[in-house]
Design a protein around this ligand. Sequence first.
Ligand SMILES: Cc1cc2nc3c(=O)[nH]c(=O)nc-3n(C[C@H](O)[C@H](O)[C@H](O)COP(=O)(O)OP(=O)(O)OC[C@H]3O[C@@H](n4cnc5c(N)ncnc54)[C@H](O)[C@@H]3O)c2cc1C
Length: 340
Amino acid sequence: MSDSNLRKDCLIIGGGLSGLVAAVQLQSQGATVKVLDKGRGIGGRLATRRINIPNSGEGIFDYGAQYITAQGETFQSWLENWRQLKLVEEWNCEAKTEAEVKQPKYRGVKGIRDVAKSIASDLDVQTGTKVVSLQRHQDSWRVFDEEENQYESDSVILTAPLPQSLDLLKSSQIPLSDAAWEQLSGVSYRMCLAVLLMVSDPILMPYAGGYQVKGEKLDWIACNHQKGISPHGYAVTLQGTHHFSEQHYPKPLRDIAIQELIAAARGYLGNVTVIEYQGHFWRYSTPIDRFPEPFFTVIDSLYLAGDGFVSGEESVSSLEGAFLSGWEVGNFVVFSQGIA
Ligand SMILES: Cc1cc2nc3c(=O)[nH]c(=O)nc-3n(C[C@H](O)[C@H](O)[C@H](O)COP(=O)(O)OP(=O)(O)OC[C@H]3O[C@@H](n4cnc5c(N)ncnc54)[C@H](O)[C@@H]3O)c2cc1C
């Protein structure tokens, strides 16, 4: 085991929207915060990828969250700030849910991951760090990553998709009451196979390049060129329905599933040639049921948060739910741990 033994006021596991917002809240009130994320980059499901193809340009793909909507005042004010910073702008794509039909929808100007990068700009975020266990040690927590590095902290907030956080509690032998297990493990997520396609020519789609197909296999198609984030490459994102993605979750089925999604998108793609494709399987994409509180306190200074939790307004989007969860757990830890 390494000698690194960092004393931090708060460790946040997960650098998606919820974890980053919690970190900003805590740091702005004087806490020392460190965010650990297993991914190569930050943002979690605020995900943008570049694919460079010699002679065919560079494709830039949003392949997780497609757009941002805000119902509540707090998230609206953050969104407005991102708009003023020219990180986001309005996008007239089709709405994915009834609740979003009348709401303005925003896209990242250069890709949605930039929003996460901006929130994290003054934070201590360590990527490429997968947390594998937690231990209570006297008044603090010891957190271990898969390289056996150890981090020590007064409090810990877990913001991975809820089933992954529950696995972490289980493997760390941290007890929860039967009632809490039952309720927390009732939170479920849709699966989503995303396909990133570089194509030879522009395609023209309705709704400014973002269209809810609602087919049996294909749920959503976005032309990132038309959307405005991929000026030098014809980059198209396809998203499979939950049912189709779930059926093709086993790894040997995924390439077949990618071909089927491309075939299902042909009507929108026209005669363009597919130059390259990549698949990304989201085991947890958007929550189906959410825990009816903004976060959950496991034991005094260990918390669960993320988009599996929702406070008050059931119809807020997944991103707004993640934001509110991070915001509320951050505020709670500030006061309950006597930081402010
Ligand atoms: C395909 C797709 C389309 C979507 N479209 C929309 C949309 O249009 N609008 C909308 O509102 N929402 C959409 N969503 C949902 C939205 O992206 C999520 O609700 C939101 O980003 C979740 O944020 P989060 O912080 O809760 O979780 P995440 O963004 O998943 O962040 C959790 C982080 O925890 C990290 N992590 C997990 N386990 C560990 C570990 N053991 N150690 C260290 N780090 C760990 C992960 O790497 C990840 O970065 C979409 C999601 C997907 C996948």
